[in-house]
Design a protein around this ligand. Sequence first.
Ligand SMILES: [Zn+2]
Length: 541
Amino acid sequence: MPLLAALAVSASLTLGPAASPPAARDPGVLLRGKVVTMNDAGDVWPDAGLWIRSGRIEAVVRAGSPLPAGARSARVVESGGVIYPGLIDLHNHPAHAAYPLMPVGKAYEDRYEWRFYDDAYDRRITYSEFVLASPDYYDLAAELGRYGEYKALAGGTTSLQGADDGLPSSARGCLVRNVETADVGPRRAVSRVDLGRDAREWADLARAQKDGVLVLHLAEGTGERMADEYRAVERSGLVGPRLVAVHGVGLTADQLGDMAARGAGLVWSPLSNFLLYGTTTDVAAAKAAGLDVSLAPDWAPSGSKSVLGELKVADLVNKHRLNGLFTDRELAQAVTRNPARALGWDRRAGRLAAGYVPDLVVLDDRNADPYRNLIEATEENVRLVSVAGDMLYGDEPVMARARATPDVEPAARFPGDRVKVMAGDCPGTDLPPMPLTETRDRLQRALAMDPRFLLDRVGPKPESVRRIRAELARCPGGEPPGELTPPDIQRVLSCRLGLPFEETRLSALTTYEDPEWMNRLVANPNLPAYLKALPDYYRRQ
Ligand SMILES: [Zn+2]
């Protein structure tokens, strides 16, 4: 074998399983724009291009460099923007993406206070979730999962943590990659919200970590009870390179230092922390200890709509509370290469280079500094999002050039008739198409506890009707003699679950479309004054 060919073979072997197909097949796409590589050197190449073919980046072509032979017949797509690695969201609960921001009336000490002892939370989230997802009620588990993916894409996210494995589309990574199921790195993530309560549960966590990277909620709140959580995790032998701690609000500087020394990762979700607890993680101590910090939004009921939104929160916290401790480039790393490294994906994701996955987001070029440009971009500025080379979301004209097939639907409309379109199919899966418009409509009707819609959903399912009748038998008025009617449905929801609790509007896809999100945010009593400047990022320039 000639030396050059041998080198090429060994390069493709070390770069993972996506070997190049014969060049005669699909020539792929040459996506042109300013390329922000997020590599170690911080290279940014204007007027460059990414040659994308068969689910991988074949080459990054710099201005003035000759095109690789195979790329000459590739379809050229002028993005007109700045190309970044797709954002990796290492802390979310996409099944809850449909919910609006919760009104919060007080500062909680820790997550156990609102999760287990707050009746409003139960009725607003837990019971609503049951009614929306249960096959005997609205049966919208698939829609809930898919909506979480749609929202992620609208914010430039290409990989998502926290998909509930009970939800069919999200667990299988219909549109975005799920870190729990994607095979980008040598291991998959295993996500857990709760610590062990007994020896058996701790052993289960240890077993999960043996096979994968354990992404674990830890010390979400303040006080000694939270610092104790770390001691328990430490005693169970879980602290190491295969632990990613989510939140860590209550971790001491020593504990953060210990995590760094042992190679563990940390995910920071400042907005959710401030809204619920009035404070956040000691990321200054984390940084001083050399801990890699990833930034992620937590979830819709108490967080940003996406990683892109959370970047603005981090920017304000960095400016006003941390005295500019993080550079703009470091904040950009916290949503790209840091989460990739935490997952063990750093040789194939989180930056743009040959051999890496073509997960990327293209943004408007509004600021000469590419990292500031990312931090200040809103959903309006998202021109294109690609997952594995599939162009799934973006501006209508860019998508028309980038996507081989025209199977998209309008997703959001910004002033000046700037329309974003979404591709709702699930490439490579047998999941049914689920148009965004229909998904939104179904979820909104269910959130409004529309009784007729529930009857439509359960009508063809005699077993579900039987179960609802059995529930009614336990309510005042008892089981109805005839067919179920809308008042019967209202009666069972009210009597068994205390629903509807309040008027609930579907959380819109983008921040721009959702003034209620901003109103509830600035009304939150736990929010530091400087975070009330958050709407400024969304004022149109
Ligand atoms: Zn969480």
